[in-house]
Design a protein around this ligand. Structure first.
Ligand code: HEM
Length: 185
């Protein structure tokens, strides 16, 4: 069940149909991405701060907000540059981001609406810059790949923890999940 970030990335690229032309378009607009990154970070964190639960997480540690502002700007820029052509370094970084969120206890219920906020806000920024729909589609696809990494990290970490703790086989664990799901209302 252990995840290989690079092959997960390759699967996501194929499933989400993140094409060569998406990548070229993102690279060609990297400077524009950089120019709006700070504004994006501001919208993103003011969105998180409006939610009591997420705001408490953000303010739980000294200096967290400041660090987050910087890491968000970096993260946003990397979607445009692809780091190493959306290869193994990109995948390892996205996997790491997923693990960091799992560790802090930030769940899908937080991350999915947060990514929706990024997609909506970037759409507004594109519109006001007069940029076309292809770039919006490319950004939407890479945002979904990044989201998939964070979501998958939950599944992997939870499953690994149970298997390690109990010594169960993967087969038994999957059967128990299926039985549990069918008995849930
Ligand atoms: C679109 C979804 C999100 C993205 C792209 C994102 C991005 C990032 C990045 C790049 C990091 C740095 C990871 C590292 O240190 O290696 C990070 C850490 C963190 N994120 Fe997020 N994040 C998202 C959603 C959220 C949400 C919903 C919360 C809820 C409060 C949150 C709170 C945090 C916290 C508390 C940290 C650790 C900060 C620290 O103490 O260093 N993030 N995030």
């Amino acid at each position: 069940m252990s995840l290989d970030p690079q092959s997960f990335m390759a699967t996501m690229i194929q499933r989400i149909d993140f094409s060569e032309s998406d990548r070229s378009l993102l690279k060609a607009n990297a400077a524009w991405g950089e120019s709006i990154a700070l504004a994006m970070a501001e919208v993103f964190y003011s969105y998180l701060a409006r939610d009591a639960e997420m705001s408490a997480i953000l303010n739980a540690k000294e200096g967290r907000m400041h660090r987050l502002n910087e890491t968000f700007i970096e993260w946003f820029g990397e979607m445009f540059t692809g780091m190493d052509g959306w290869g193994s370094a990109y995948a390892a970084r996205r996997w790491r981001i997923g693990l960091v969120h799992v560790q802090i206890g930030i769940g899908p219920q937080h991350v999915v609406p947060a990514m929706a906020t990024v997609v909506n806000e970037v759409g507004k920024q594109l519109k006001s810059a007069g940029l076309d729909g292809d770039l919006r589609d490319a950004l939407g696809r890479i945002c979904m790949i990044d989201l998939a990494f964070i979501e998958q990290a939950y599944v992997e970490v939870s499953s690994q923890a149970v298997l390690r703790e109990t010594g169960w086989t993967e087969g038994l664990f999957k059967r128990m999940i299926a039985t549990g799901a069918s008995s849930m209302k």
